[in-house]
Every structure is written in structure tokens, then in C-alpha cells.
Design a protein. Structure first.
Length: 228
């Protein structure tokens, strides 16, 4: 029988949370992509849609020979739209995708290693300057494509963190700072932590949660009247 998780009195709550989720769900092997460029495309298409739609759009691009920086940068807009329309935002996403590829060519001749081989702050500012790239998309690209250890925050992170009582804010930067000052800055751990929070929010910590089955219920304030 596996040994029980250490209590929250012997570990910081953020580490305790991570360990409990890892024990319950196991490694998530996220982000599901074959290379860094596929991660970038997925992150740019992910806004306001489900992952299954993004995966289908990526497969469409792959089969059309367009899942490459120069190919997408040169592709006519109607062609890109046809292949990624399942991901929604029919007019904005294809243009953002092509513009981002053109930016990669201008910035680093399409060489992703060269593009990401700068300080985290510099790359992040560069990403945020691109149309349609907000903090969550930028940090997804930094963490999973660029190998920069930034703590990725999304709605699931905020939902779980507030219910547990780790913080009382929805502000992206505040939540990110909360984790980055309490969780060791480790690339593999940050990737796994984010994936586990997503898995838990989808499985049990839904808008109406399944608290009786929850592996972190002893850490949670939700059942003690602090509904988040």
C-alpha cells in the first residue's frame, strides 16, 4: 500500500496540493504535441474552444503540409481558414496564426531555438506584443514550447486555488506570483502542476464539485462554507 501524503502541517500547501494531485491522477504527459511549433499553433488556436477542436485543426494543417513556420506564413488566408475553422473565431484565428509565423521569420528566421534563447521577460514581452496573445497564451508558449519555467495560470488554477483558500483574487499576475514564490522554479514541475490542475478541474472540481471523491478535500475551504 502506498504511504499517505504528508500533512499540510509538514509541507507548504502548494506542494502538498501538487503531491496529492500527482498521487491521484498520475503524470499527465501534457502538452500533447510532437514539437515546439505544434505547441505554439495549439496555444494560438486554443482560445474559446475545446482541445478536441484544436487537435483536429492541427491534424488538418499537418495533412495539408502546412504545419511549418514558412508554409503557414506564406499560405493564403482562405486556405488557412478552411483547415482551422473547426477551432472557431473564423476570421481572427487564421490571421493571428499567419501573422505570428511571419513574426517568427522576422525575429529569428523561423528558428525556434534562437527565438526562445533570450531571457524569459524579453520573450514574454515579445509574445504579449503579438495580436491575440494574452498572458495565458504567452505563458503556455513559454512553458511548453520554449522551456521557460513560468507558472501557467488559467481559470482552473484560479477556481481550485480559491476553493482551497490559497488566495482570494482572480488577477492573473497575482495568482502567478503566488505560486512562483512558493513552488520551486522547476520546468518539469511547473508543466506537471498545470496539467494536474486541469485534470482535477475537469474531473472533480467542476463548477458544481464532487467533494466526496476529491483527493484534496482535506485542504479545501469549499466544504467549510467558503464557496469560490
Amino acid at each position: 500500500m502506498a504511504s499517505p501524503c504528508p500533512s499540510s502541517s509538514t509541507l507548504d500547501r502548494e506542494i502538498n496540493l501538487f503531491q496529492r494531485l500527482l498521487r491521484h491522477y498520475g503524470p499527465q504527459h501534457w502538452w500533447p504535441a510532437q514539437d515546439a511549433f505544434e505547441v505554439i499553433v495549439g496555444a494560438l488556436l486554443m482560445q474559446q474552444t475545446a482541445w478536441r477542436n484544436v487537435a483536429e485543426a492541427i491534424q488538418n494543417l499537418k495533412e495539408a503540409g502546412l504545419l511549418e513556420v514558412r508554409a503557414l506564413a506564406a499560405a493564403p488566408m482562405p486556405v488557412i481558414r478552411r483547415h482551422v475553422k473547426i477551432a472557431g473565431l473564423y476570421r481572427t484565428k487564421p490571421k493571428r496564426l499567419r501573422d505570428f509565423c511571419r513574426h517568427l521569420l522576422n525575429r529569428s528566421d523561423g528558428d525556434l531555438t534562437r527565438y526562445f534563447d533570450r531571457s524569459t521577460d524579453v520573450v514574454r514581452d515579445d509574445l504579449l506584443a503579438q495580436d491575440g496573445v494574452g498572458p495565458e497564451t504567452a505563458d503556455s508558449i513559454l512553458l511548453y514550447a520554449g522551456g521557460h519555467p513560468v507558472f501557467l495560470v488559467d481559470a482552473y488554477t484560479i477556481r481550485i486555488g480559491r476553493r482551497i483558500g490559497l488566495f482570494d483574487t482572480n488577477a492573473y499576475d497575482d495568482v502567478q506570483k503566488h505560486f512562483e514564490t512558493r513552488v520551486p522554479r522547476d520546468l518539469a514541475m511547473y508543466r506537471e502542476y498545470h496539467a494536474l490542475l486541469v485534470a482535477h478541474a475537469k474531473a472533480l472540481c467542476r463548477p458544481t464539485p464532487s467533494c466526496n471523491e476529491c483527493p484534496i478535500r482535506l485542504l479545501c475551504d469549499f466544504g467549510r462554507g467558503r464557496k469560490r
